[in-house]
Design a protein. Structure first.
Length: 82
């Protein structure tokens, strides 16, 4: 569990652990269309939606990135992902 005692700690936590759709797409190296597809397939699930912005847990995004990198290496060995 997280122990947040101040506004600064909360801001730091949010900056480090929560991503917007745009930030998640940059981490995953995917297009808006691919992000929509992953959402429709429930392969990535937002932790919250604020207005038109979905928010994602960084750990979920990092796990999905590992999965996508493995798939890219298998099916698209020339892709510029890590």
């Amino acid at each position: 569990m997280y122990n947040i005692n101040s506004r600064e700690e909360l801001q730091s936590f949010l900056k480090d652990e929560i991503l917007t759709s745009e930030e998640a797409r940059k981490v995953l190296i995917i297009s808006k269309q691919r992000m929509s597809q992953l959402l429709a397939e429930s392969r990535i699930i937002p932790i919250s939606k604020v207005g038109q912005v979905n928010l994602y847990w960084r750990k979920d995004v990092d796990l999905l990135k590992q999965e996508l990198v493995r798939s890219r290496k298998k099916y698209r060995p020339q892709h510029p992902s890590e």
